[in-house]
Design a protein around this ligand. Structure first.
Ligand code: NAD
Length: 355
């Protein structure tokens, strides 16, 4: 291995205080995975496994490093005794079979509970059930397999409460009645979020690349958009609920809204440009890793063996106050809400490490 490669990996790990990277390889079955363990000060590293046909190993490495770090911040802000981790499997999801998953689960098992996995992009519930056959260090199982099932319900609830908290802080009223809210991506989380919003009397604008996800909605308070109409309106809240990177150097010029608050992970791409533009346009960004914690709260309860959906919802409701804390910290320290959330997450990790 070249000296430069080793040096650059350590530089990458040092940059954001990563603890460990585990490269997993089985040439015979074509398995290549990287498990990223960002921080375990608060508890075992938790975060899903994503399978993706990355253009390069470097792209996979950057993804796992960024995603595992975001998981540390998410668990810390949510008040969980859990650290941050994530795993990426490199390759076409079609190559997965039972043997492949079993081998992958063995690698997780080797870590003896330092990393707990869950479902992420291109991993199915069936994969999670199969992982469980080989290792106990997996969460997010269906209810019939002893888990808490689909976590999109607490996630949507958290995003909804985060929106209300943002409104309360900005206007003195938490009501979303009559507010114009764009939901971009109407899948498991987006659809449940829309139900909350319609119940409250918001004016919902919805777009999804898959039109059949929108057919279930009707009524005067919801407007289904075509792609070219997304940025034609001014909104009170823009809620990215599809994939990451919705707020980037191109879209930020077109977005007209007061608040951005959505479920999608890693919403901001082109970080420096976007953060400057958000400030310039006076848009309040409620960080995704703060507002979409309902999912990690759910799988955390599985990890500690507390299979109780009500407790998950109760803990998720704390997101309301945590949004207030972040907005306050941001104002008091004249920093972006994004940096404020990271700083508060780091403070909790740091405080526990000091003890
Ligand atoms: P999902 O796959 O059910 O829904 C995603 C939706 O986005 C789909 O309907 C898809 O058609 C649509 N979509 C994809 N690309 C789009 C585009 N360019 N424009 C508009 N729509 C597009 O996923 P989900 O579980 O609803 O999760 C949504 C987001 O929230 C994801 O980014 C996910 O990582 C994140 N998240 C989910 C949870 C959870 O508990 N499900 C928890 C935390 C974060």
């Amino acid at each position: 291995m070249s000296k430069d490669l080793t040096k650059s990996i350590f530089e990458l790990l040092n940059k954001n205080d990563h603890e460990q990277l585990v490269y997993c390889c089985d040439k015979e079955i074509g398995l290549k995975a990287i498990i990223g363990i960002h921080n375990t000060a608060l508890g075992p590293a938790m975060g899903g496994t994503r399978m993706w046909n990355y253009n390069s190993e470097e792209e996979a490495l950057n993804d796992v490093v960024n995603l595992s770090m975001a998981m540390s911040y998410k668990s810390s802000l949510a008040g969980l005794n859990a650290g941050g981790g994530k795993a990426v499997i490199i390759g076409d999801p079609k190559i997965k079979n039972e043997k492949f998953i079993k081998r992958y689960a063995e690698f997780i098992n080797d870590l003896n509970g330092k990393y707990w996995t869950a479902q992420d992009v291109n991993m199915t519930s069936g994969d999670i059930i199969n992982i469980k056959k080989t290792t106990n260090y997996v969460v997010g199982l269906p209810k019939e397999h002893g888990g808490l099932g689909d976590s999109s319900a607490p996630t949507a609830f958290g995003v909804y409460l985060g929106m209300k908290s943002a409104m309360m802080n900005m206007t003195g009223s938490e009501s979303l009645e009559g507010k114009k809210i764009l939901v971009l991506g109407v899948g498991k989380v987006g659809s449940k979020l829309i139900n909350y919003l319609l119940k409250e009397g918001s004016l919902v604008y919805a777009y999804d690349i898959d039109p059949k996800n929108l057919n279930v909605f009707s009524g005067t308070n919801i407007k289904i958009l075509q792609e070219d109409m997304i940025y034609s309106n001014e909104y009170d809240i823009f809620s990215p609920c599809a994939l990451g990177g919705a707020i980037n150097k191109d879209s930020i010029d077109k977005i007209r809204c007061k608040v951005i608050a959505g479920a999608a992970n890693n919403q901001i791409a082109d970080e420096e440009i976007v953060l400057n533009k958000l400030k310039e346009k006076k848009i309040i960004f409620i960080p995704d890793f703060l507002i979409n914690a309902g999912g990690i709260i759910s799988v955390y309860h599985e990890q500690i063996g507390d299979i109780n959906s009500q407790k998950v919802m109760d803990m998720t409701s704390n997101i309301y106050d945590k949004v207030t804390d972040v907005l306050k910290f941001s104002q008091e320290n004249d920093t972006s809400t994004y940096n404020a959330a990271i700083q508060l997450a780091k403070n909790r990790i740091h405080n526990i490490s000091e003890k």
